[in-house]
Design a protein around this ligand. Structure first.
Ligand code: SF4
Ligand code: SF4
Length: 277
């Protein structure tokens, strides 16, 4: 079973929920697809990588000696990644989408595809938990190759910590999910962004449920009221306390030290399992 954990915006506690959920499941896999800011491994105190692998994408390389200046490649590229300077094209790799089209249209064989590093994937093991983290190189435009490499490590019960928001990287991260957990906080911004990820998971037709994090006021039913309009119930509500905030800020897993919260995360898995069985 693959459970993706999403949030409409950063700061809602998506990684807090993902790591603690993975921590309560025996032999699980935690996959950090938030590759621009992967910090889940900090909570598991994962120090020595079992495996580190560079992730590549293919970009064009131009042999000026073979180029006849026909401009077929620059006319073909829809991303303006190739521009003509002097008598041959120049590549702007940051905006190249690695589609391979320019190589196909080049009549002289002046363009070949070469590997370009986009990031790394690290695999760790702490006790019976497998931890996989993707890290995108600074300045890289597309995180998709790194996310795909992270997802290739899926095994057993897998918790996928998705990038925040509802952009392409989030869509890529949920494509292997059997269930999506939508994490939100009980604020107007939280509700607004929650609605965007609801539209996303409905589009992908993946079963989903809700977790409200940082609950301070039990009389604030803003999120529950919205969830009811979808004919659903909130899976769990996680309180916002000074103790939790301090432990998270110290890089600790709350499910290791608080038996009530550990039971709460176990109940989350049970509810998800019931929903999709
Ligand atoms: S691989 Fe595609 S996106 Fe990149 S330069 Fe060639 S045509 Fe443009
Ligand atoms: S398509 Fe090939 S030959 Fe034509 S301009 Fe581009 S690199 Fe040169």
């Amino acid at each position: 079973m693959n459970i993706a954990v999403l949030s409409g915006k950063g700061g809602t506690g998506k990684t807090f929920i993902s790591t603690n959920l993975a921590n309560t499941i025996p032999n699980s896999t935690y996959l950090d697809c938030d590759v621009e800011e992967p910090n889940g491994r900090i909570f598991f105190n994962a120090k020595d990588e079992m495996k580190t692998e560079t992730v590549y994408r293919m970009i064009p390389s131009i042999d000026k000696d073979k180029c006849n200046g026909c401009r077929a490649c620059t006319e073909f590229c829809q991303f303006s990644a190739l521009a003509f300077f002097g008598d041959s094209p120049m590549l702007f790799p940051e905006v190249c989408h690695s589609c391979g089209g320019c190589e196909k249209v080049c009549p002289t064989g002046a363009i070949t595809e070469v590997k370009s590093s986009v990031g790394i994937v690290e695999v760790n093991k702490v006790a019976d938990l497998k931890i996989v983290s993707g890290l995108l190189n600074i300045g890289e435009a597309s995180s998709i190759p790194v996310i795909n490499r992270v997802l290739s490590e899926i095994e057993n019960t897998s918790i996928i910590d998705c990038p925040p928001g509802s952009a392409c990287s989030t869509m890529e991260s949920i494509k292997k999910a059997d269930y999506c957990v939508l994490v939100t906080e009980p604020t107007i911004f939280g509700l607004h962004n929650l609605k965007m990820i609801v539209e996303l998971v409905q589009l992908f037709k993946i079963p989903f449920g809700f977790v409200i994090n940082k609950v301070e006021d039990p009389n604030n039913t803003m999120i529950e009221d919205y969830v009811k309009t979808l004919g659903k119930e909130v899976l769990i509500k996680v309180p916002f306390t000074k103790e939790i905030a301090n432990k998270v800020a110290s890089g600790m897993l709350i499910s290791d030290s608080d038996s009530d919260l550990r039971d709460l995360f176990k109940s989350l898995l049970n509810k998800i399992t019931e929903e999709i069985s």
